[in-house]
Ligand binder design. Structure first.
Ligand code: ADP
Ligand code: MG
Length: 680
């Protein structure tokens, strides 16, 4: 349960003074629904004001605070504004201009009475003017923070609400290691929050708040690790009897062999393995996973492989079965679609141990699915799953299974730390030999006609191609329509060699189409991003992506990885819309320049920030809201070391600092992580 001390921060913003339905709605647009959201909604700029007693053209464009005496006025006629001509002490004149509320302005500024005025000085021809200046009793601050706003909110209102939140915000106990705190000159939490709202230049304060967020993230991952490894498990050591019989048409790459031996080393331990296998698209992760699974089977245990989509589960099933049948290893599949007798018999086989390897979607971890002896779980395309799924996985089986997670998202090291900090990492940093680089071209969408003509030639020459349709919005329905329209247009030209898959189709329908494409009955597969992960059709050597600027770079890289798997030279055409921003152009240019997933990820991080790269929207993980990419690079290693040290000394978070760390976890809404502690 969230501690009492944090309650004021989790009050609704509607409880603040001055927040009616209209303001509440404007706040909701910025996702500011609770006090804590306001607290972490920090100013992003500063207003500067100059206090002066002399007007002058050199001040044009500045905000000034000055004493002025109204001398004369001209009433607005028709749509003309009210102008009040006022003088400084030297007699320099300025027109105070009011487009609305002239009555109020005249009352505030009676002729002959000196007033303190604050506003922005412009030039209107030769004349100085201030539009809608404020008449103030006390001088406003010369430097004032500016908040990101939405319609219906003024900066003044935001300041006021932030002040109210800061007044209610409690002092919190310290969770940061004292030496880290003093070395980095971090202020206390409450002080840091106050300072961060006062100025964008409060660097140490802002770093402290970012550090807290990263610390909560690291602590969460380490708690997952701790709880997954708390219970001992059975070491799994194979004798090579099955893997030796595998009939592979190729040798393992050096990188694959190294990863396999790292994994086997872990599986031979009494503590459950928690390892991430990272490798670019096409680097051959599936085979590494198979060798790990065979190790488990040789040791007398079962293995399960979780895939994010039905299509991918089927494809893994087919591939694994082909290799496993001849060596007497029984592979089965279980997805949400399996019902009735087939499902029953699979469940039975799992329970009596006659099924050695199970492949499937989420269905493989449902309550009803009982394994005889589940020793290893492989999660493919881990980036599609969130931390919560990792929590779930550790529940299954009497003894916790060894866990191998795989991802093709080549994220930079510091991000690996914040995303997978609880796991060891193995990297396949080498592609199988003979892969030809893919030529990537960026083509303006006006040249669609040429592109279609090129596609036609490609198909006539016996080639196959993917055509990926844009993500118009985060809506299956709109995406599906776009894909349907494109497929219809291409069919009109190329006939019924054109197939279509999108997210709104039933699983069976999708598979049937994929199947026909894989067999070569279809020459062109029009698709939404459902084909992003895993699918392997070596003869497809042309990839066309519409409105490529709407995709994340990592996603484009994954899509492009669908081609370049066969003998033929492959090409990828990125169709782009007009009026692209500089950033969008730079991103597409980078895709053209390199096939190196790591470089792409580093650049994407620089150009767009971490949320997109990590695919956090897909997985439902928390996005950092305080920590910027630079903060993550700068602070994540220290925050991880800090969290490690704390848990090493006080694994139950029971000490005074441990209790403070719990508060930090609750503050960043990592409640589930606290739940992993005994008595949490
Ligand atoms: P990913 O890492 O993207 O999951 P896959 O496991 O699907 O990659 O492998 C991509 C392709 O490379 C598959 O067709 C696979 O058979 C092939 N492959 C895997 N390992 C090797 C190897 N050592 N030599 C040659 N081809 C390989
Ligand atoms: Mg794969």
């Amino acid at each position: 349960m969230r501690p009492e001390i944090l309650q004021p921060l989790f009050a609704e913003t509607e409880a603040l003074d001055g927040v009616g339905p209209k303001i509440a709605k404007a706040l909701a647009k910025l996702k500011l629904t609770r006090a804590v959201d306001m607290a972490f909604h920090l100013p992003t700029g500063m207003i500067q004001r100059i206090a002066t007693n002399r007007l002058g053209h050199h001040l044009v464009g500045q905000r000034v605070v000055i004493t002025l005496t109204p001398m004369d006025l001209r009433d607005g006629r028709g749509r003309a504004p009210l102008r009040i001509y006022a003088a400084d002490t030297d007699g320099n004149m300025v027109a105070l201009t009011f487009f609305n509320n002239p009555g109020w302005a005249k009352k505030q500024l009676p002729l002959g009475e000196a007033k303190r005025i604050s506003g922005k000085l412009d030039a209107y021809g030769d004349q100085l003017q201030m539009v809608h200046p404020d008449v103030v009793d006390a001088d406003p601050p010369l430097r004032e923070p500016v908040y990101p706003l939405s319609e219906g909110l003024t900066n003044k209102r935001m300041r006021d609400l932030a002040k109210q939140v800061l007044d209610r915000a409690p002092e919190l106990p310290e969770w940061i290691e004292p030496s880290v705190k003093s070395e980095r000159e971090f202020p206390d939490w409450k002080q840091a929050l106050d300072a961060a709202h006062e100025s964008v230049d409060a660097t140490a304060a802002r770093h402290r708040l970012a550090y807290d967020e990263i610390f909560a993230n690291q602590l969460t991952l380490l708690l997952i690790r701790q709880s997954a490894r708390r219970r001992a498990t059975r070491p799994l050591e194979g004798d090579g009897s099955l893997s030796a019989k595998l009939d592979l048409p190729f040798e393992l790459t050096g990188a694959q062999a190294r990863c396999v031996s790292e994994i086997k080393g872990d599986m031979a331990q009494e503590r459950p393995m928690l390892r991430l296998l990272q490798g670019d698209v096409g680097s051959g992760k599936t085979l590494v996973a198979l060798l790990a699974m065979l190790e488990a089977v040789e040791a007398g245990a079962q293995a399960a492989m979780l895939a994010p989509t039905e299509i991918l589960a089927r494809q893994h099933y087919d591939g694994l079965k082909r290799l496993c049948d001849p060596i007497g290893v029984n592979v089965a599949i279980l997805t949400g679609r399996d019902k009735g007798k087939v499902r029953e018999s699979t469940l039975m086989g799992l329970q009596d141990g006659s099924i050695h390897i199970l492949v499937g979607t989420h269905a493989i971890f449902q309550q009803a699915v009982a394994y005889k002896d589940l020793g290893l779980v492989v999660v493919d395309e881990q980036h599609r799953f969130g931390v919560s799924q990792r929590l779930m996985l550790s529940e299954k089986g009497k003894r916790p299974p060894h866990l191998l997670a795989m991802t093709a998202t080549p994220i930079p090291r510091t991000l690996t730390l914040t995303q997978y900090g609880e796991m060891e990492v193995s990297q396949i940093d080498e592609l199988p030999p003979g892969r030809k680089p893919i030529d990537t071209l960026v083509v303006a969408e006006e040249r669609l006609g040429d592109v279609v003509a090129g596609l036609e030639r490609h198909v006539e020459a016996g080639g196959q191609a993917y055509w990926v349709c844009p993500l118009v919005e985060e809506s299956d329905k709109i995406d599906a329509t776009a894909a349907e329209d494109r497929a219809a247009a291409l069919k009109a030209r190329l006939g019924d060699k054109v197939g279509l898959v999108h997210g709104r189709m039933k699983g069976e329908e999708k598979d049937a189409v994929m199947e026909r494409f894989a067999r070569g009955d279809l020459a062109v597969l029009v698709a939404t991003t459902v084909i992003e992960v895993g699918v392997d059709v070596p003869n497809a050597s042309l990839m066309i992506i519409e409105s490529a600027e709407n995709f994340g770079l990592a996603q484009l890289h994954q899509l492009r990885g669908r081609v370049g798997r066969g003998e033929a030279k492959s090409r990828c055409l990125l169709l782009r819309g007009s009026n692209l921003s500089e950033t969008a152009r730079a991103r597409l240019a980078l895709m053209r320049e390199t096939n190196d997933g790591f470089r792409i990820a580093e650049e994407d991080l620089r150009l767009r920030g971490p949320g997109e790269i990590l695919g956090t929207r897909q997985s439902g993980d928390h996005v950092f809201r305080l920590a910027e990419p630079e903060d993550i690079t700068r602070l994540a290693p220290a925050a991880q070391a800090d969290a490690r040290l704390l848990l090493g000394r006080d694994g139950g978070l029971d000490s005074e600092r441990g209790q403070a760390a719990r508060v930090c976890l609750y503050l960043f809404e990592r409640d589930a992580a606290v739940g992993l502690l005994k008595g949490g």
